[in-house]
Design a protein around this ligand. Structure first.
Ligand code: TMP
Length: 239
């Protein structure tokens, strides 16, 4: 399957049409941004690493019965995915307090949460992706009440699948952000990517950060951290 026309370019990926009407090719770039695009860099091999990591995770989701947009990995940087309408919500789950929530509520980073915290942000760069609740999402008209129930149910299931997957390889799933899409027949599916760009992963023994916070906070060894996540997932991917 070949890439035809680029129809969208985001911060970390490009979207291309292909010969299949019902599918798109997602191309993973090495570009990294933080703070709504204010900080920019290239992370060598990031596109390849996130494509490989996201592939393993989406296959694991399918095994667990989670509907996703993923169809096939075409090469080092390209994935074939179902064409969906992306719902403009960033859906976040936090198992351990870190990052934005730690700052907002002055809770020390690393504090475990008594239960998974479910958050929604309105995906809108001009507004800086503001934190919203389910009523705000309804008022924005981006989702229906029954779709919100589906999204929350799937998200909490995805958290369990991800926590278990990473726990097996000594990694604490601190938090993550996912996005959902709607197929032409109205089905809600997990879309976008799941990678160290969109999750916080800490080594369970050393608490070393193995995700994009290494870039956001200038901690160095960004590529090494992404390589380490892939190396650990490779240990279990065929089991
Ligand atoms: P936060 O603590 O900065 O709100 O981030 C929560 C999670 O969401 C974390 O795993 C990183 C991820 N995330 C994204 O994927 N994209 C973003 O633009 C932001 C701000 C966070």
């Amino acid at each position: 399957m070949k890439k035809l026309n680029m129809i969208y370019e985001g911060k970390a990926k490009q979207l291309y049409t292909c010969e299949r009407e019902d599918a798109l090719i997602i191309h993973y770039k090495d570009d990294a941004t933080a703070f709504n695009g204010a900080k920019k860099a290239q992370i060598e091999h990031k596109g390849m690493l996130n494509n490989a990591i996201s592939t393993i995770i989406f296959k694991e989701m399918a095994r667990a019965g989670i509907p996703t947009h993923y169809l096939e990995t075409l090469n080092d940087r390209d994935q074939l995915c179902k064409k969906v309408h992306i719902i403009p919500l960033e859906v976040i789950v936090r198992n351990v307090i870190a990052g934005g929530m730690s700052k907002r509520l002055n809770i020390p980073e690393g504090t475990p949460s008594p239960k998974p915290i479910y958050e929604l942000c309105y995906k809108n760069d001009e507004l800086g992706d503001p934190l919203i609740n389910e009523d705000h999402a309804l008022a924005l008209g981006v989702v229906s009440e029954s779709e919100l129930i589906t999204i929350k149910t799937l998200t909490l299931q995805i958290n369990e699948v991800l926590k278990k997957l990473f726990d097996q390889v000594g990694i604490l799933l601190v938090d993550f952000k996912i996005e959902f899409g709607k197929t032409p027949d109205g089905k809600i599916v997990l879309a976008d990517e799941i990678s160290p760009d969109t999750c916080r992963f800490w080594d369970k023994e050393t608490m070393m950060k193995l995700d994009k916070d290494r870039f956001r906070r200038d901690l160095g060894k960004v590529e090494d951290a992404y390589q380490e996540i892939l190396r650990r997932l490779e240990l279990i991917k065929t089991v």
